[in-house]
Ligand binder design. Structure first.
Ligand code: AMP
Ligand code: ZN
Length: 459
């Protein structure tokens, strides 16, 4: 069985052949840490976690290296820091913002059942690598210095007669059309409208580092160079898979390819480019102004993380996904059932019926259909669900968590049940019925048996 993945660059599904099966390497663009991550941000995290797990299954845990960066230098971070900590020096305020937001991001994606990547590099710890790539680009004639900025020239790249890919190939755009369609108000230091920033001067008080290319003033990196530098440091000049959301194809990934290939005289940066489709909420684009902007953190207050995870995987990763409460309710029911059937069962190897659609460009809707088909084989269902990052709890923990999540205070329920048991033993049935009705009103169903009284959330 071979793994087939859709590659954005060649625009086709291709058989995946790693450069080195002992060291399969994947880079995914991570969050800019300035605020709570929203449920759209969770999509690439979950999708590439499933791919990471599949690669580990195929090549062995020790032979897969997954790098997902943290962008901790950005205007949005600076703005948030100045707003939230007006009394602190900006650099200290920035550290507070990135630390808090980074922790929150980890808490969120851990709860979604995602493994931590092998390495999570921070942009601010790779300024040296960024400077080095920039020096190479300037020396190679692909970049130039103007007014303390360093700019990359896509036109110089496409004029070079060499192994380099064509600028625009990844996003399927022509440079001529980009030039023709350029805005008129191009920054004065750019020679051409399509040139993009590798390095720029810092304003007073902003984070700054010694500049490359002989620039005296201190400065800071542009966004695209960060990922070229971190991928290079941790995965090398050429690696297997690069991923992110579809919005990153242009300009971010197009520019990453340009920087890396020109700096190292390479034909390719990654062999496979993978992009997840966008998530919208109840049929509308998610945005703060529409009031339908939901954070992972908020959703986790209402739903177990595994419900969010399953709900995300119901749609194949390249299709747009419509995030609805109705679909979440169905996902919750499905997981309740799987937990009852498979959570406390010794797992066998994942079923072939589950692996096969996974190998077909992560066809997770088909995977879920196969899981439903495994209901009669609890051991294989258990093994398959575990491979996919589900069943991280026992059936009892799952029930307990559902009770917490649905807002019922378990201690209070237990206290009322004890009171009712006492009422029953003194034959005060009016009181015991009153308590039962009270529990029902709280959404709690009780069941009496010889062993005592058990309870669950009434659905
Ligand atoms: P950002 O912090 O905006 O750079 O986004 C981090 C990651 O989330 C990137 O891979 C984006 O492509 C992805 N992303 C952002 N919004 C959405 C969305 N609504 N649906 C799917 N992916 C998204
Ligand atoms: Zn990136």
């Amino acid at each position: 069985m071979e793994l087939r993945l859709y590659d954005t660059l060649s625009r086709e599904k291709r058989t995946f052949v790693p450069l080195d099966a002992n060291n399969v390497r994947m880079y995914v663009c991570g969050p800019t840490v300035y605020d709570f991550a929203h449920i759209g941000n969770a999509r690439p995290v979950i999708v590439f976690d499933v791919l990471f797990r599949l690669l580990r299954h195929l090549y062995g845990e020790a032979h897969v290296k997954y790098v997902r960066n943290i962008t901790d230098v950005d205007d949005k971070i600076n703005d948030r820091a100045a707003r939230d900590f007006p009394g602190l020096p900006l650099n200290e305020a920035i550290r507070k913002v990135t630390e808090q937001t980074g922790k929150q991001f980890h808490a969120d994606v851990d709860a979604l059942g995602c493994l931590r990547p092998t390495v999570e590099p921070r942009a601010t710890e790779h300024i040296g690598e960024m400077r080095e790539i920039i020096e190479r680009l300037v020396a190679g004639g692909f970049a130039y210095v103007a007014e303390d900025h360093v700019l990359f020239s896509p036109q110089a790249m496409n004029a070079a007669n060499s192994v380099l890919p064509r600028y625009g190939a990844l996003s399927n755009r022509s440079l001529d059309e980009m030039i023709a369609g350029a805005r008129v108000d191009v920054a004065p230091y750019k020679k051409d409208s399509t040139d993009f920033v590798l390095w720029k001067p810092s304003k007073p008080g902003e984070p700054s580092w010694p500049s490359p290319a002989g620039i005296k003033a201190e400065g800071r990196p542009g966004w695209h160079i960060e990922c070229s530098a971190m991928a290079w440091k941790h995965l090398g000049e050429h690696f297997d898979i690069h991923g992110g959301g579809i919005d990153l194809v242009f300009p971010h990934h197009e520019n990453e390819v340009a920087q890396t290939c020109c700096a190292f005289h390479r034909e390719r940066m990654a062999n496979t480019w993978m992009h997840n489709g966008f998530l919208q909420v109840e049929g509308e684009k998610m945005s703060k102004s529409l009031g339908n902007f939901i954070t992972i953190h908020e959703l986790l207050a209402d739903w177990p993380g595994e419900v969010l995870r399953l709900n995300m995987l119901k749609t194949q990763y390249r299709s747009p996904i419509d995030w609805t409460v109705k679909s979440l309710e169905e996902s919750a029911k499905t997981l309740d059932d799987w937990y009852r059937v498979a959570a406390d069962v010794a797992a066998t190897e994942p079923a072939a019926s589950v692996i096969e659609p996974l190998l077909d460009d992560l066809n997770t809707p088909q995977v879920i259909a196969a899981l439903h088909g495994l209901r009669g084989d609890a051991a294989a269902l258990s093994g398959s669900l575990r491979l996919l990052g589900f069943l991280t709890e026992s059936a009892a923990q799952w029930e307990g968590r559902k009770q917490q999540v649905s807002g019922v205070d378990a201690t209070e329920v237990e206290r009322l049940i004890a009171e009712r048991t006492a009422a029953r033993s003194r034959k005060d049935f009016r009181e015991s019925d009153r308590i039962r009705d009270l529990l029902a009103a709280m959404g709690v169903a009780i069941k009496d048996s010889k062993e005592g009284t058990t309870w669950e959330i009434a659905r």
